[in-house]
Structure formats: structure tokens, C-alpha cells
Design a protein around this ligand. Structure first.
Ligand code: AMP
Length: 182
């Protein structure tokens, strides 16, 4: 076990190496060869140190969400969710996700530009039961419960999924869809 990777570069695991955690990663792409990008990203996730992909949902199409709301004119997204078992510390995993995004041509942006189209977007939806309000890595992801394109694929790959602090994904998705149709 590589202690430094498991402990985190900022030491966020204390001084002991951590056991594998179940991590939920959301993948999205709305530019370029979307399906190929997602498939390659899943392979790259599986090749990360101390990590294996335990499952991934069939990708689904969704309307692009911008700061102003859903944008039917923007290129549509292809989204999926992967389940990872990893001993990488949360901060280290996030750095690897950023490196995978960068390899697929994603330029990182701040502020409103964060909502623009991208070749690949990787978010940590949940890292075990870890809760964090650090803006650099908020856990669970603060917008996961509002996103059909996260909850749907997550439920497809794990029917018993629970979003820490929010409840069963099946219930959250049902509530979201009821709200959308009301
Ligand atoms: P985005 O452009 O939507 O991928 O947002 C990326 C920014 O959100 C990065 O600066 C991350 O540090 C930050 N961030 C906060 N929480 C998370 C999370 N759970 N997963 C991924 N990025 C996160």
C-alpha cells in the first residue's frame, strides 16, 4: 500500500493507511466523441493506483445545465456513474480526476465559465460516508440530489444506493421526478 497516496497529500487520512472506500463518480461529456471519451475515462479510472471500477451504468443523454438553467440549444450531455473501490485519499483521487479531465482536453475554468461545455467532467458524488464542506472538495457533492442524470445512472448501477445525509437514491429520484412533472 502506498501510504502517501492513501493518506492524501495534505495528510487528510491521519497517519494510518486507509482501507478501500466505496466512491461514486459522475462522468459527463457534451463535446467531441462523447461515448468514446466516457469509455476511455472508465478505463483510466480502473488503472488508477489502489483503485478498481466495481461497476458503471449505461450512459444516458441529458440536456446541458448552465448557470441560467437547462439549455436545449447547447450540445446534449452523455452521462454515466461509476462505482469505485479505492484506498486513494479523497484529495488525491480528485487530483487524479482532474488529470484525466486534462488528458481529454478539458481546460479548467473558474466562476461562471465552469458551466460551459466540456469534453469531460468528473465529479466525486460521494466518498463512503465522508462529509466535507471544503469548497475544493465538498462531500457528498452539493448538487447530486438535484440531478436526474446523476441519480438515475447511480440507481441503475446500485439499486440500494444511499446519498449520505440525504437518504435513499431511489426516493430522491422519485421526489425529483415528481417535482419535475408537477
Ligand atoms: P466543475 O468545473 O463543475 O468540475 O467543478 C470543479 C471544481 O469544484 C473544482 O475546483 C473542485 O475542487 C470543486 N469541487 C468541490 N467539490 C467537488 C466534488 N465533490 N467533486 C468534484 N469537484 C469538486
Amino acid at each position: 500500500m502506498n501510504r502517501r497516496l492513501a493518506q492524501g497529500l495534505t495528510g487528510d487520512a491521519g497517519d494510518r493507511a486507509r482501507p478501500a472506500a466505496r466512491v461514486v463518480v459522475a462522468l459527463g461529456a457534451n463535446l467531441g466523441e462523447r461515448a468514446r471519451t466516457l469509455a476511455e475515462a472508465l478505463i483510466e479510472l480502473d488503472r488508477l493506483p489502489l483503485t478498481r471500477v466495481a461497476g458503471a451504468a449505461e450512459p444516458i443523454e441529458s440536456v446541458a445545465i448552465t448557470l441560467a438553467g437547462p439549455d436545449e440549444d447547447a450540445p446534449a450531455y452523455l452521462n454515466t456513474v461509476a462505482l469505485l473501490d479505492t484506498s486513494l485519499a479523497p484529495s488525491v483521487l480528485l487530483e487524479y480526476l482532474h488529470a484525466i479531465e486534462a488528458r481529454h482536453g478539458r481546460a479548467r475554468r473558474e466562476g461562471e465559465a465552469r458551466w460551459q461545455s466540456r469534453t469531460l467532467d468528473l465529479d466525486i458524488v460521494a466518498y463512503g460516508d465522508v462529509r466535507s464542506d471544503d469548497p475544493a472538495l465538498t462531500l457528498p457533492h452539493p448538487r447530486a440530489a438535484e440531478r436526474d442524470f446523476v441519480l438515475g445512472p447511480w440507481l441503475a448501477v446500485d439499486p440500494d444506493a444511499v446519498l449520505p445525509g440525504r437518504g435513499r437514491v431511489a426516493d430522491l429520484l422519485a421526489a425529483l421526478r415528481a417535482e419535475e412533472t408537477s
